[in-house]
Design a protein around this ligand. Structure first.
Ligand code: DGY
Length: 455
């Protein structure tokens, strides 16, 4: 009998798969520097917010106590107002720019005393990962005690998001910097960023270090990077005052991906609150409002896509990128919207499905989008995180075969290329940072059930 096949290659036998998962575990262990797990061996030597959430979820598969430590370490960086920063610098400076000294968070009255962090947030994946860790934990009592311990911190983060970043009560949470989206240079930020126009005299001195370990043509272009740095300079001058940042940041976007992650997190927060016997009315209110606003403001019926909204210039940013599918991940789309997203876009070989020149699902930018570049950071490469979110969404809406195809692609990319930050959708060659922790963590999350399915 022939071996079962995925869309793109043979499924490895159980021993081979076990060996692959062992390599994923070893990647996480090798990046463990004690206080936290580095997102990547060389490129990212500090603790990043959504990386840490995913790493904890991965660690939860084999070392629940270490997983909890990862979450506690991240939460040590939480600001007094609830903001959870996108980077925590537990070990001071390194060869990564920007280091702690660039942020000058001591300008803020809300900065946590005695710990170095950035002054921006990141997609709030943490509650989702904590809930998944808890569901899986075999040491139920320790796990429940941990959830009880961290829940108030998670609640403060979400309260901060729904107040500081939505002071007008629109229902959608705004970001003030592309780094807050976690998908820095995605095409949906090009237009809003073009309106950010620093003069030479307004630019602080800095030296870019992100292409020391990764090829420059796989990283954001200089014009974007200048603006990333300029925005940080504005914020530190404003002492990271949340009201001023919302009112005056030249970049203010209600993002598809960020809000989908925030929405899914609310669902997970409500489940955790139920288990702890905590009230849920506040969470429910944010959830209902976010759902309504997401569909009334971000859905474009003509294109059959969700788009980010430039809240500073009051317009949708009509760029077709993978963030549109996050509505499936979070269950924000209705059945008809899901059919359009999958049938007209995800399955379209000109956009996200394989074609003669491009073997792998799901490029981060539609292939027929003007800004598509198959090896440049968020402009086209396949990301394992995106694949995971897309396959979660496909399963939620009952597209099981397609979900399996995405899982099969992910497995093939990581088995043949190793645990990289991203992959070229044309041939699957790895790109970006090597030994990338969240790819390894998600290998465990996506593939651990497979041996059972094979037996
Ligand atoms: C980077 O340095 O590339 C990060 O995305 C910023 O957090």
């Amino acid at each position: 009998m022939e071996a079962p096949t995925t869309v793109d290659g043979p499924i490895p036998d159980a021993t081979e798969l076990q060996d692959f998962l062992e390599r994923a575990r070893r990647t996480l262990t090798a990046n463990d520097v004690g206080e936290f797990v580095k997102p990547g061996l060389h490129q990212y030597p500090h603790q990043w917010n959504w990386d840490a959430a995913l790493v904890a979820m991965g660690l939860g598969h084999f070392d629940p106590e270490r997983a909890r430590k990862e979450v506690r370490s991240l939460l040590r960086g939480q600001w007094l107002d609830g903001m959870l920063p996108h980077v925590v610098y537990h070990n001071g400076s390194s060869d990564y720019f920007p280091g702690p000294e660039f942020w000058q968070i001591e300008q803020s009255v809300a900065a946590p005393p005695g710990i170095h962090t950035s002054g921006l947030v990141q997609p709030p994946l943490l509650a989702t990962c904590v809930r998944r860790m808890h569901r899986r934990a075999s040491d139920r009592e320790a796990s429940l005690a941990f959830v009880r311990e961290v829940y108030p911190r998670l609640l403060r983060l979400h309260r901060w998001l729904h107040h500081a970043r939505d002071p007008e009560g629109t229902g959608l949470v705004a970001i003030v910097h592309p780094w807050e989206s976690g998908t820095d240079n995605a095409a949906r930020f090009v237009q809003p960023l073009m309106q950010v126009t620093p003069s030479a005299s307004q630019m602080p001195a800095y030296q870019r270090r992100d292409s020391d370990h990764v090829a420059a043509d796989e990283r954001p272009v200089h014009a974007d990077y200048e603006r990333f740095v300029y925005l940080i300079d504005r914020f530190r001058r404003w002492g990271y005052d949340a009201e001023t940042m919302y009112a005056r940041s030249p970049f203010l976007v209600q993002d598809t991906l960020f809000n989908a992650v925030a929405y899914q997190a609310l669902e997970d927060m409500i489940a955790l609150a139920d288990e702890l016997g905590e009230p849920t009315a506040e969470l429910e209110r944010w959830r209902v409002r976010l759902h309504r606003a997401y569909n009334s403001k971000l859905w474009d019926d003509e294109e059959g896509l969700y788009f980010a909204y430039d809240a500073r210039h009051h317009q949708l940013v009509r760029e077709n990128g993978v963030a549109t599918f996050m509505a499936l991940y979070a269950g924000l789309a209705d059945r008809a919207q899901a059919e359009v997203l999958v049938g007209a876009h995800l399955e379209n070989p000109d956009e996200y499905a394989p074609d003669a020149r491009s073997r792998f699902r799901v490029p981060s930018q539609a292939k027929n989008n003007y800004f598509y570049e198959p090896r440049r950071y968020w402009r086209g490469p396949v990301w394992i995180l995106v694949n995971w979110m897309v396959l979660e969404g496909l399963e939620r809406y009952g597209y099981h075969d397609l979900a399996e195809a995405v899982r099969g692609d992910s497995l093939e990319l990581m088995r043949s290329g190793g645990f990289f930050e991203y992959y070229d959708p044309r041939d699957g060659s790895p790109a970006g940072a090597s030994d990338f922790s969240w790819s390894a963590a998600l290998a465990l999350e996506m593939l651990e059930p497979l041996p059972l399915a094979l037996s």
